[in-house]
Design a protein around this ligand. Structure first.
Ligand SMILES: Nc1nc2c(c(=O)[nH]1)N[C@H]1C(S)=C(S)[C@@H](COP(=O)(O)O)O[C@H]1N2
Ligand SMILES: [Mo]
Length: 158
């Protein structure tokens, strides 16, 4: 069976586990064919967070979105604010191939113009690399983002 790149579960009507082929086959309206147009520092093909959410259909209006990276056991949990939903992108391909781990694959969450790390809920630390699961929940989910500058520096040294 082909590898699952991204699973979305929790409080949703249609949980999903997507392979690379599944991601490519999602409707055009969900695809971001050139991520650099939205986020100049990043290349590749992505999906809009909005499109992903419309596909899985959260079962309530207010919820938390938790992004998990099992590779390094990293997670960030953010409230489902309109701003994040409108601008968030999950990058999954580059040059027609799955996103390599060097670029944060299997998938990489990105919000344009995040605040500097540890200055806000939506900071650069929320741009989860090695993303393989998104969970929708009523309360804040797992969040391993650094809580002080020491922890943050340690992350950057890895
Ligand atoms: N899985 C995972 N995602 C992560 C991190 C991490 O350590 N693990 N570090 C975060 C931090 S602190 C920053 S500043 C950005 C760095 O992204 P970049 O490597 O693309 O510059 O990734 C964020 N996402
Ligand atoms: Mo960071």
């Amino acid at each position: 069976m082909p590898d699952i790149l991204l699973t979305i579960d929790g409080l949703v009507a249609e949980p999903q586990s997507w392979t690379f082929e599944d991601l490519k086959a999602l409707p055009e309206g969900v695809q971001v064919s050139d991520v650099s147009e939205k986020i100049p520092s990043k290349q590749g093909v992505g999906l809009t967070l909005k499109g992903i959410l419309e596909t899985v259909r959260p079962t309530q209006d207010d919820y938390w979105i938790t992004f998990y990276a099992s590779r390094d056991d990293f997670a960030s949990s953010i409230p489902a604010d309109p701003d994040v939903i409108e601008t968030g992108i999950v990058i999954y391909a580059i040059d027609g191939q799955p996103l390599p781990v060097e670029q944060g694959g299997p998938t990489r969450f990105m919000i344009p113009n995040p605040a500097a790390c540890r200055t806000a809920e939506l900071d650069e630390c929320a741009n989860v690399k090695f993303l393989d699961r998104i969970e929708i929940s009523a309360e804040r989910g797992k969040d391993t983002r650094p809580t002080n500058e020491e922890e943050h520096e340690a992350l950057h040294r890895k």
